[in-house]
Design a binder for this molecule. Structure first.
Ligand code: NDP
Ligand code: TDO
Length: 304
């Protein structure tokens, strides 16, 4: 039997969850729960009894919840499903973690903000979500922050990586298929590498387990993204440049890319509270993009 603390990781097949499996391994004994139970117990966040059963079987020393309903456009027509996963299930987790008196880490999103601003959002700024996804994620934040649980709610943004559904992989696929792409240039945020987020999460968990920080003192809400800011067009251009693709990119306004869900025009997050509390650096998005691209199994060949 390992003396390491037992970490119940929920959503271990998602893009962040998959990275957390590796980064949390030196910090604790990771029990990787997921919908389909590939690497650990199956769990269905739509079923409170499933959450309670897994929790009681695992007897965790901490919980990390990386599961969520993340289909931003589809959520507009499936609000009940999005709410059940992003808010109701989190409420159940909050109660379980509070009763067991164990820490819980949870992720939220820049989409809790309207984006009608031009300065980086701080944790003290009032959320005003303009999409079902954003609304349900805000409800999930409150389920933890208003509970007695020792919760760390990490609000992040624009996650990409070598796995899962994300903008980087979408662009690399489209670069192969198309000669021209039109990309919105009036939504500004900060791309965040899934592995970087998983690494800082592990460092925070380590600090909590070793007592380097007192969870009772630091519990609460934190903004955690890469550094810097860019539009989706700027991000696509950087990916194109770094991978030597010659697909032509045209900047367009959001009005020319209609979608069911409204996205915030400006959702840069001020991460100074997180950096100061935990003494951690958050690399600039360009730096992380370069590291992530090194890790891609296959670079698409530039067209001849
Ligand atoms: N992606 C992004 O750009 C951003 C994400 N976030 C937040 O970060 C966190 C991680 O996101 P990310 O890794 O991108 O998300 P993914 O969509 O990649 O992964 C989410 C995981 O949750 C699982 N899941 C969905 N429904 C259930 C359910 N009913 N029971 C159990 N598991 C379920 C999914 O399983 P399956 O695949 O089988 O459906 C999937 O593996 C989330 O809280 C998200 O809201 C915040 C900001 C930006
Ligand atoms: C494919 C494509 C997208 N776009 C735009 C649409 C959209 O405004 C933007 C990003 O599109 P995506 O669908 O990849 O990303 P989107 O679902 O908006 O991403 C969001 O996901 C959720 C989960 C979050 O929490 C957010 O932080 C954010 O990352 O790019 C173009 O302009 N042209 C294109 O060809």
């Amino acid at each position: 039997m390992s003396d390491l603390p037992r970490i119940l990781l929920i959503g271990s097949d998602g893009q962040v969850g998959w990275e957390l499996r590796r980064t949390l391994a030196p910090v604790g004994q990771v029990i990787a729960a997921s919908m389909h139970g590939h690497a650990g117990p199956p769990i269905d966040l739509l079923d409170a009894s499933s959450i309670r059963r897994v929790f009681n079987d695992v007897e965790p020393d901490a919980v990390v919840n990386a599961a969520a309903y993340t289909a931003v456009d589809r959520a507009e027509t499936e609000p009940e499903l999005a709410r059940a996963i992003n808010a109701d299930a989190v409420h159940v987790l909050a109660e379980l973690c509070a009763d067991a008196d164990i820490p819980v880490v949870h992720y939220s999103t820049d989409f809790v903000f309207s984006g009608d601003t031009d300065h980086p959002y701080r944790e003290t700024d009032e959320p005003a979500p303009t999409s079902v996804y954003g609304e349900t994620k805000r409800a999930g934040e409150l389920a933890l922050l208003d509970s007695a649980a020792d919760a760390l709610v990490l609000r992040t943004a624009w996650i990409y990586g070598v796995r899962g559904r994300n903008f980087l992989l979408t662009m690399l696929n489209l670069f192969r298929e198309r000669t021209e792409l039109r990309i919105v240039d009036d939504q500004v945020g900060t791309p965040t590498w899934s592995r970087m987020l998983a690494e800082v999460t592990a460092q925070v968990m380590h600090a909590v387990f070793t007592g380097a920080v007192d969870i009772k003192q630091v519990r609460g809400l934190y903004h955690v993204t890469g550094g810097g800011a860019v539009s989706w067009y700027g991000f696509a251009s950087a990916i194109r440049e770094a991978t030597g693709n010659d697909c032509e990119l045209t900047p367009i306004p959001t009005s020319e890319y209609p979608a069911p869900a409204r996205r915030p025009p400006y959702s840069v997050l001020d991460t100074s509270k997180f950096r100061a509390t935990f003494g951690l650096k958050l690399p600039d998005w360009r730096h992380s993009l370069a590291l992530c691209l090194e890790d891609l199994p296959q670079q698409p060949a530039p067209r001849a």
